[in-house]
Design a binder for this molecule. Structure first.
Ligand code: SAH
Ligand code: SF4
Length: 398
C-alpha cells in the first residue's frame, strides 16, 4: 500500500541535532510579515522588515541573520534565537560525465522525527540550466514504467522544501548574485539555474498548496525571480487540479501522456482510468495562457513494443489537434527490475518524423545523467530502503 504521510508544517529548522528553530524558507510574504510579530517587530514596521528579510533570503541567498546589514543587531539576535534560513542537507553530490549533477538531499525531521530523502538534478545546456525538482517523497501513483512509482513511503514536501531545492542548487552551483562575480560563465541568460521543472519525484498536483506556495516564491520578482514561463509543472493528468493550476498557479504545463489509446495508457499511467485521455486533453485545450508562443509539452516515453508504432504517432497527431503543443519524446530510462525496454533508435526517429511532418516540434530528449541514475524516472531516494519494520511502524501509527 502506498502511504501518504502528512507533511510537517512548519518543518523543523535544520539538521543540527535537536534544533527546533523553524525555518523561514517557504513562508509567503504574508506569513513572514505575521511571524515578525513573534520577535517583537511593531505592526507598523512589519511589512518593511519583511521586505528586507525577503531580499536577503531569496535575492542574495544569505543563510545568516548576522550578515543582514540593514537589520539591527538586536533583531538579528532575536531572529537567530527562533528561526533559521534552512536548507536540506546534502547527503551525496554526484556529477555525471555530461555535467549533470544530482544531489541526494536529506530533509529536516518531520513531525515523527523522520528524515526523508529526495533527489534534485541540475542539467546544464549551452543556453540554459534546468533544475529538476521533487514535490513529494515517492509518489502515490504507480505508473508502471517509473522507478519513483515503486517507492512506497510518501509524504508531501513543504513549500520550503520545494523552494529549498532551488536555493540549495544556487548555493552549490554558485549562482547567487555575489557568487556570480567570481563564477562568471553562466548560460546566456545570466544565471546558472534559468529553468525549473517539477519533474523529479512525486505528482505535483497532489501537493497543490505547497507547490503553489513554492512557485509563488520562485517567481517572485524581488527574490528568486524565475519567470513562471520558465517553471514547468509536469503532471500525470490530475484533470480537476490542472484546471485549478491554470487559474491559481499559471506556470507552464507538461503532461505525461505516454499512450494514445485509453487501453494502453490505463496500463502505463493507471490514473488514466479515473481521468481518461479525452478529459485530459479537454483540460489542456482550456488551459489558460497557452498559445503558439507558450505551448503545452506532452511527454511521451518510448517503450519498445508498447506505444512506439507509426499508428501511435499518427493517433498522437490527431489527439493533439487544436492544442498548442510540443512533444518531448523521452527514451525510456531503464532501472533495476523493470520489464520495459527502450524503443530502438530508428523507431524513435520514425515516430519523431511523423510528428515533425505534422508540425509538432518533437525533440527527442537526450538522456542526461544516466550514469548517475539522474535521468527521468530513475529517481528513487534511499528512503525507500528504510527497514521494512520501520515502515510498517510508520504506517500502523497513521
Ligand atoms: N509525476 C509527474 C512528474 C514527475 S515524472 C509526472 O508524472 O508527470 C517526470 C517525467 O518522467 C514524466 O513524464 C514521467 O512519465 C517520466 N518518466 C518516469 N519514468 C521514466 C523512465 N523510466 N524513463 C523515462 N521517463 C520516465
Ligand atoms: Fe508518479 Fe510521475 Fe512516476 Fe507516475 S511518472 S509514478 S505520477 S512520479
Amino acid at each position: 500500500m502506498v502511504t501518504l504521510l502528512k507533511s510537517a508544517e512548519p518543518v523543523a529548522a535544520s539538521y543540527i541535532p535537536n534544533d527546533t528553530r523553524r525555518s523561514l524558507v517557504g513562508l509567503s510574504r504574508e506569513q513572514l510579515t505575521e511571524i515578525l510579530g513573534e520577535v517583537g517587530v511593531p505592526e507598523k514596521q512589519r511589512r518593511m522588515r519583511m521586505r528586507q528579510l525577503w531580499h536577503w533570503i531569496y535575492n542574495r541567498g544569505y543563510t545568516e541573520f548576522s550578515r543582514m546589514t540593514d537589520i539591527s543587531k538586536d533583531m538579528q539576535r532575536k531572529l537567530d534565537e527562533m528561526f533559521v534560513i534552512g536548507r536540506p542537507e546534502v547527503v551525496t553530490e554526484q556529477i555525471s560525465s555530461d555535467g549533470t549533477r544530482k544531489w541526494l538531499l536529506r530533509l529536516a525531521p518531520d513531525e515523527r522525527g523522520q528524515r526523508h530523502e529526495i533527489e534534485t538534478v541540475y542539467i546544464p545546456e549551452e543556453d540554459r540550466g534546468t533544475l529538476c525538482i521533487s514535490s513529494q517523497v515517492g509518489c502515490t501513483l504507480t505508473c508502471t514504467f517509473c522507478h519513483t512509482g515503486t517507492q512506497k513511503l510518501v509524504r508531501n514536501l513543504t513549500a520550503g522544501e520545494i523552494a529549498g531545492q532551488i536555493m540549495l542548487a544556487r548555493d552549490k552551483i554558485k549562482d547567487w548574485p555575489a557568487d556570480l562575480e567570481a563564477n562568471p560563465q553562466p548560460p546566456s541568460s545570466g544565471r546558472y539555474v534559468t529553468n525549473v521543472v517539477l519533474m523529479g519525484m512525486g505528482e505535483p498536483l497532489y501537493n497543490f498548496d505547497n507547490v503553489k506556495g513554492a512557485i509563488d516564491i520562485a517567481s517572485d520578482g524581488e527574490g528568486l525571480s524565475l519567470s513562471k514561463r520558465r517553471i514547468t509543472l509536469s503532471t500525470s493528468g490530475v484533470v480537476p487540479e490542472i484546471v485549478r493550476a491554470g487559474d491559481e498557479i499559471g506556470s507552464s504545463l507538461a503532461i505525461s501522456l505516454h499512450g494514445t489509446t485509453d487501453e494502453v495508457r490505463n496500463k502505463l499511467v493507471p490514473l488514466n482510468k479515473k481521468y481518461p485521455i479525452k478529459e485530459l486533453l479537454e483540460a489542456c485545450r482550456n488551459y489558460p495562457g497557452s498559445s503558439n508562443a507558450r505551448r503545452i509539452t506532452f511527454e511521451y516515453v518510448m517503450l519498445k513494443g508498447v506505444n512506439d508504432t507509426k499508428e501511435d504517432a499518427k493517433r498522437l497527431v490527431q489527439l493533439l489537434k487544436g492544442i498548442p503543443a510540443k512533444v518531448n519524446l523521452i527514451p525510456f530510462n531503464p532501472w533495476p527490475g523493470t520489464a520495459y525496454e527502450c524503443s530502438e533508435w530508428d523507431v524513435i526517429e520514425a515516430f519523431a518524423e511523423i510528428l515533425n511532418n505534422a508540425g509538432y516540434a518533437s525533440p527527442v530528449r537526450t538522456p542526461r545523467g544516466r550514469d548517475i541514475m539522474a535521468a527521468c524516472g530513475q529517481l528513487k531516494s534511499e528512503s525507500q530502503k528504510v527497514r521494512a519494520s520501520e515502515r510498517t511502524k510508520a504506517e500502523a501509527s497513521l
